[in-house]
Design a protein around this ligand. Structure first.
Ligand code: EPZ
Length: 422
């Protein structure tokens, strides 16, 4: 199992290119099921979650390969096994987003019910409710969601809100089912995340008729057939936000290329409020910080609010702020596995329900720590860049799910991270 040995504190400088978005790529890969031909996806990052999704599509019958340019090619001419196996779904929850496209393409699907994970319960009830409203008959058997629509799906008006607001993959699933349903579907309380908009843009390029993209009301006119496409996924706003925090926590200046600030306004606003400079530049931005950051109150919300996927990284940053901050988690109220690990590095964090009081300290001190989920592990790496001594981050496989060789991106900027297999 790989671990990171991180020597700190370091200063960073230079320029880094942000990858294509993991969370945009996964549903777009699933959308390829709908076309019955060979789609070419550009800028899909090289991550373990993407490989798992490729494996899943191969099990369905698709052919998944890379071309000479490194683009991901998905040929869905054959989809003859509409089953999302437990062995794959338990490795990656996002596998659930094949449910909608399989129903649309094959009229049936069996997908293992995802369990909880380190960040919470993560139910899929809203996905199922939305698909039922489109006419699918759905029941649970042996831990599998069995969905059938022998007479096809029928467009309708669907309210897709839940106790914590909209759902990203729930919207993706229902949207992918609705594009080939008969008649018109309106999804109200749709997720507005840029990754959902990217999926909708890709579906429209395939020939779907979706309007209201990026808004909470999506209107879909069903079509009979979709065509394969060539499509480039958007830059990863969470990877970009992580590198912005890397600049801030090391009191450094970094240039980010392939980064879209218009998808990150809540994050940029927060950074500016705590004393970090973020200036847009060609194809990206320059992020600079020359002292201790000021404290802040952060509450996570669905887009365009502050993203839950950057909560842990900002906790690491605010742990070193000049004063007290409050971080409230409104999407996954238990997503605080990083808290105890950061406290092992001499942070002063106290959980109160779904909030954390962050009492800023002057320095972090290196320690052996345990990564628990993708973003929590990113927070530990960031803390390790600023902490005094050698931080050892265990279970690096979590970070490999969402960051492509992060040490190979950080080391040329001045980080001292060694990957070791122990
Ligand atoms: C997506 O997960 C992302 N994953 C997550 O990123 C991200 O944290 C999350 O959206 C929120 O932004 C991918 O895109 C692959 P949700 P998703 O459904 O779609 C509740 C990362 O680190 N809910 O939008 O599964 C749910 O419990 C990952 O890259 C229901 O109650 O999240 C949560 O409180 C982790 N019933 C809220 O809605 C449902 O049926 C939002 O979750 C579905 C969700």
């Amino acid at each position: 199992m790989d671990v990171f040995q991180i020597e700190g504190p370091v200063q960073l400088s230079g320029s880094v290119s942000i990858n294509g978005s993991k969370n945009a790529s996964l549903p777009i890969m699933a959308a390829a099921i709908l076309t019955g031909g060979k789609s070419i996806l550009k800028a899909v990052p090289n991550l373990s979650d993407i490989s798992v999704c490729g494996e899943l599509l191969s099990q369905l019958g698709c052919t998944v390969s890379k071309n000479a340019n490194g683009d991901l090619c998905i040929d869905s001419t054959v989809v003859d096994n509409p089953v999302g196996d437990y062995e794959i779904v338990r490795r990656m929850r996002a596998s659930i987003c094949i449910l909608g496209p399989l129903l649309a393409r094959c009229g049936r699907a069996e997908v293992s019910m995802p369990g909880g994970c380190a960040i919470g319960d993560r139910p899929v009830d809203i996905h199922i409710r939305g698909l039922r409203q489109l006419g699918a008959q759905i029941h649970l058997k042996n831990g599998y969601i069995i969905a059938e629509a022998p007479n096809g799906l029928q467009g309708c008006d669907i309210f897709l809100g839940g106790p914590f607001g909209s759902t990203v993959l729930g919207t993706a699933n229902v949207l992918m089912a609705a594009v080939m349903a008969k008649g018109k579907t309106v999804i109200e309380s749709a997720a507005c995340e840029p990754e959902v908009a990217d999926l909708a843009n890709c579906l429209n390029k395939m020939g779907a008729k979706i309007t209201g993209i990026g808004s909470p009301r999506l209107t879909i006119e069903g079509v009979e057939q979709l065509q394969p496409v060539e499509f480039q996924v958007i830059p990863d706003r969470i990877e970009a936000g992580t590198f912005m925090v890397a600049a801030a926590i090391t009191k450094s200046e970094l240039r980010l290329r392939n980064c879209r600030l218009d998808n990150m306004m809540a994050v940029v606003d927060k950074l500016r409020n705590i004393g970090v400079t973020v200036d847009s530049a060609d194809d990206g931005c320059v992020v600079a910080c020359n002292g201790r950051v000021r404290p802040a109150d952060i509450t996570t919300h669905p887009f365009p609010g502050f993203p839950t996927d950057l909560q842990a990284q900002f906790m690491a940053l605010l742990a070193l702020a000049d004063g007290n901050s409050v971080i409230v988690e409104k999407i996954f109220p238990d997503r605080f596995m990083h808290l105890a690990e950061l406290n092992r590095m001499a942070a002063n964090l106290r959980k109160e329900g779904s909030a954390v009081i962050v009492a800023g300290v002057k320095k972090l001190i290196a320690a052996p720590v345990m990564a628990s989920d993708l973003r929590a592990s990113a927070a530990l790496v960031l803390a390790g860049l600023a902490a005094e001594g050698t931080t050892v981050v265990n279970r690096v496989y979590h970070i490999d799910r969402g960051y492509e060789r992060i040490e190979e991106k950080l080391n040329p900027l001045g980080a001292k991270i060694r990957r070791e297999n122990v």
